[in-house]
Design a protein around this ligand. Structure first.
Ligand SMILES: Nc1ncnc2c1ncn2[C@@H]1O[C@H](COP(=O)(O)OP(=O)(O)OP(=O)(O)O)[C@@H](O)[C@H]1O
Ligand SMILES: [Mg+2]
Length: 352
């Protein structure tokens, strides 16, 4: 079976322990709430979940992904609390195990306060740690300011509970924690999570190949890390596809990487063409420019030339549109594509 896991939270043998766990535990010991920030697919969610797995804490994760109403957000929290609420007097508000939770108060905002008030009592002995993942989704609620305000005031009243926040959209998370008018303004310590230590990660990945009776030429790692911008999820993605095309007992070499990339691009060609056709002419030009340009000066004439435009406003508009579609993101002052295979497809399939 393919040993590389390319989607979502990884654990057990699929998770490579990382040193940032110690930093997160230090915040826990210091009683600080933490905002985890880092590029997409770097392992933020996996880090938090695995850090608390072997501790004495009662750890709960609430995933707010896709939440569009206050009631749904309350329900997500309630579902996480439900298994630990049996002995609590406020239980009368719950319909345990049932679909649809019943609340004394029909108001989502007062419900979230009632509910969160249960947090410190969820366990009598263990410290409680609550991980709000995909937290930026709460900005999509019709009355998000009021809801976030209620959440914030209750969290503030609970120094004994540690709250950890993360999400896949960094700009929107920053809007919650660094906009002066937000109830959560600077309310958590900021912890940056980047890629995995390259040497450790390579050794860990090589072990995965070896355990399934394959080997990989060391010459491939530079290309794999460059292509994936060292994003752990994307590094694993390339290894996953290399493994699929490999045979037991064989060594994967540079020519295999080329063949695998070609296969993946062929398989995804119609999907990518569909995505490409949804872009406006200007967005396509900017995307082309971004695949070619190696610098960081997006207002330079060199970049404008690569995009085939003379208008700074068009570049700005195009970049903003590509970013809001989630196709590109800023990594250390450079715009890079979220899907490394899409960059290759553009470079290989689109005529300049
Ligand atoms: N410590 C790790 N060991 C091995 N693989 C990892 C590790 N961390 C991340 N990955 C890889 O990255 C992928 C994404 O991990 P995870 O969902 O935890 O990242 P994330 O930063 O929370 O992503 P998002 O930005 O989408 O929320 C995993 O499926 C796995 O392939
Ligand atoms: Mg995540």
């Amino acid at each position: 079976m393919n040993p590389f896991k390319i989607d979502g939270i990884v654990d057990g043998a699929d998770y490579m322990p990382r040193k940032e766990s110690e930093e997160l535990l230090n915040y826990h010991r210091a009683g600080r709430n933490v905002l985890i920030r880092g590029p997409r697919r770097t392992g933020k969610s996996s880090l938090v979940v695995n850090t608390f797995r072997d501790t004495e804490c009662l750890f709960l994760r609430v995933d707010f992904w896709g939440v569009k109403t206050e009631m749904k957000a309350v329900e997500k929290i309630a579902r996480a609390f439900e298994p630990f609420c049996k002995k609590l007097p406020m239980l009368s508000g719950f319909n345990i195990g049932g679909i649809g939770l019943q609340w004394k108060s029909p108001e989502a905002v007062s419900s979230v306060e009632d509910l969160l008030r249960l947090a410190p009592g969820l366990h009598r002995k263990k410290p409680v740690v609550i991980f709000f993942d995909e937290f930026q989704a709460l900005l999509d609620l019709p009355d998000s300011d009021q809801f976030l305000g209620a959440l914030r005031s209750e969290i503030q009243a609970q120094p004994e509970v540690q709250y950890i926040f993360a999400g896949s959209n960094q700009n929107r998370l920053m809007e919650i924690f660094y906009s002066q008018r937000s109830p959560f303004f600077k309310s958590a310590a900021l912890m940056e999570v980047g890629g995995l230590d390259r040497d450790d990660f390579v050794a860990w990945l090589e072990d995965k190949f070896a355990a399934t009776d394959r080997s990989i030429s060391p010459r491939l790692w530079d290309a794999i890390f460059e292509l994936s911008h060292a994003i752990p999820g994307d590094v694993q993605d390339i290894c996953y596809h290399l493994w699929n095309d490999s045979t037991e007992g064989g060594e994967i070499g540079p020519e295999d990487l080329g063949a695998t990339l070609k296969r993946v691009l062929q398989e995804r060609a119609s999907g990518y063409a569909g995505m490409w056709n949804m872009l406006t002419d200007n967005q396509q030009k900017i995307a082309m420019g971004l695949t070619r340009y190696r610098g960081e000066m997006y207002a330079s004439n060199e970049f404008l030339q690569m995009c085939g435009t003379t208008s700074h406003a068009s570049v700005k508009r195009g970049i903003e549109a590509l970013e809001s579609k989630g196709l590109i993101w800023m990594s250390s002052s450079r715009w890079i594509f979220s899907d490394p295979f899409f960059t290759l497809w553009i470079a290989n399939s689109v005529d300049a």
